[in-house]
Design a protein around this ligand. Structure first.
Ligand code: RP5
Length: 166
């Protein structure tokens, strides 16, 4: 990996979120996107969360992924303190199964967007962050194309195994 300075900041509302966030970290690693991962809670450590967002751009981050469950205000709070793109990753695990987190993230008031992926879709959060960076990174763009080609090959192989016509 040529670039080692983190370009993506992955913030979790709690250390207990790590298991569900692992797919996101795996996707970033697979695409050779340098990232950092930390914990900051919008409710339990609001100062830490705001400080993280306020200093993110100066520290070289280009995209932030914020993962949280329950009434998940973390991505919205981070978005309030930076103009870097924020990807919200809503996590399941609450009595409402993550719909609470999804609604809190996706339904942001006009002017402060959070690009929200599906509940527990950490892999998509990582890939979306990579796609944002790939706008100005040709090599990364090619790795993304390669990832899609592998996905397509798996579908074709599965279809052939089933003996489907056409
Ligand atoms: C959220 O509350 C976190 O993102 C986590 O998903 C949930 C529960 O946190 P813990 O009580 O396990 O620390 O803020």
């Amino acid at each position: 990996m040529a670039e080692t300075k983190p370009l993506v900041g992955v913030v979790m509302g709690s250390a207990s979120d790590l298991e569900q966030v692992q797919a996101c970290l795996d996707a970033l690693k697979e695409l050779e996107v340098p990232y950092e991962v930390t914990v900051a809670s919008a409710h339990r450590t609001p100062d830490r969360a705001s400080e993280y967002a306020k200093t993110a751009a100066k520290r070289g981050l280009k995209v932030i992924i914020a993962a949280a469950g329950w009434a998940a205000h973390l991505p919205g709070v981070l978005a309030a303190y930076t103009t870097l793109p924020i990807i919200g990753l809503p996590l399941g695990g609450s009595p409402l199964g993550g719909k609470d987190a999804l609604y809190a993230m996706v339904q942001m008031p006009p002017g402060i967007p959070v690009a929200t992926v599906g509940i527990n879709t950490g892999r998509n959060a990582g890939i979306l962050a990579a796609q944002i960076l790939a706008v100005s990174d040709e090599a990364l763009s090619e790795r993304l194309v390669g990832m899609r080609q592998k996905m397509a090959a798996k579908v074709i192989a599965a279809a052939e195994k089933l003996g489907a016509g056409e």
